[in-house]
Design a protein around this ligand. Structure first.
Ligand SMILES: C[S@@+](CC[C@H](N)C(=O)[O-])C[C@H]1O[C@@H](n2cnc3c(N)ncnc32)[C@H](O)[C@@H]1O
Ligand SMILES: [Zn+2]
Length: 289
């Protein structure tokens, strides 16, 4: 894993027996000697095999490459900036050995930018950063680029492999959620930031292409779901206009679950659509205890 990982692995628990993990050479081990090798690229796979091979294991290589290509163009930079500013404000004052986890981190864009943002401010140098994703390809791509962040392969549908109450900041950006586990791992003074797309996200593009729609009551459902252990402490909208065409447009379509649904003819048409003006529209839901 990464240079600071020996210090940071203490936040992780063994997927077999749930005891604390520690780094021994290129392996993470628990006291019962369950051990997990650190891959050459620096991530660690903590996903236990469920016997039969699952059909879909998170985002594919092609989706992840499309995501990296699209995000590198900066269109979602304002969302990342808004997250960074909220997290910076939350941690200011007390950052002693805090653990930050991005659950469903993809190729690492948001956690990577967060670390760069906090590293550029004084007093944020003792933090441990984790990215968790069920896709091994995501962890591989992320670990290659962001070498001082710990990336783990694990599923949000199972035990999140952090010890109870250890996570000060948990981010979840367009990814699956688990209310029971988010509650278990979040510290008493922690913050949970969930990002969802708004119904008007890509609306004008959706009127021209047969893309998956966004549930109109998604925001209300998420709030209702998390209202038990948490309270909604803030809500922030991030919106911008985007002028897209060619490869950028293709990457945008391919990086989302539309990848699984759109016909190959429609996909061929995307690149030749010409310039399209559309809107990005997101909500950051900020939950606290
Ligand atoms: C739409 S992508 C968002 C990725 C990243 N947050 C971003 O915005 O760039 C959803 C991510 O969730 C991951 N994912 C899907 N099912 C998951 C699960 N059960 N546990 C953890 N991650 C999962 C996918 O592999 C994918 O990387
Ligand atoms: Zn164990």
């Amino acid at each position: 894993m990464v240079s600071n990982s020996e210090r940071c692995t203490r936040f992780l628990i063994c997927p077999v027996c749930e005891a604390q993990l520690a780094q021994v050479g290129a392996t993470l081990k628990c006291p019962q000697a369950h051990s997990f090798d650190i891959a050459r690229e620096g991530y660690v796979n903590l996903l236990l095999s469920s016997g039969k091979r699952p059909k879909i294991v998170g985002d594919t290589k092609e989706m992840l490459r499309a995501r990296r290509d699209f995000l590198a163009r900066g269109f979602y930079g304002p969302l990342s900036d808004a997250l960074n500013e909220r997290i910076h404000n939350h941690l200011a004052g007390d950052v002693s050995s805090a653990c930050i986890a991005d659950v469903g981190c993809g190729e690492g864009y948001y956690i990577g930018r967060l670390k760069r943002h906090l590293d550029s401010r004084p007093g944020f140098d003792h933090l441990c950063y984790f990215g968790l994703d069920v896709s091994k390809e995501a962890a591989r791509l992320a670990a290659k680029r962001y070498q001082d962040i710990c990336f783990i392969v694990a599923s949000v549908n199972r035990k999140l492999l952090f010890s109870g109450g250890s996570v000060r900041v948990l981010t979840n950006v367009f990814a699956p959620r688990n209310v029971v586990e988010f509650d278990r791992v979040l510290a008493q003074d922690g913050v949970l930031l969930i990002v969802i797309p708004n119904p008007r996200h890509l609306a004008s593009l959706r009127s021209r292409l047969d893309l998956l729609s966004i549930e109109p009551d998604k925001r209300d459902k998420v709030i209702e779901q998390f209202a038990g252990p948490f309270r909604l402490a803030g809500e922030h909208t991030v919106e911008r206009e985007m002028g897209l065409e060619g490869d950028a447009l293709l990457a945008l379509v391919q990086m989302t679950p539309n990848y699984w649904h759109i016909s190959s003819e429609a996909l061929d048409g995307v690149k030749d659509m010409g310039p399209v003006q559309t809107e990005a529209s997101f909500t950051i839901l900020e939950f606290r205890r």
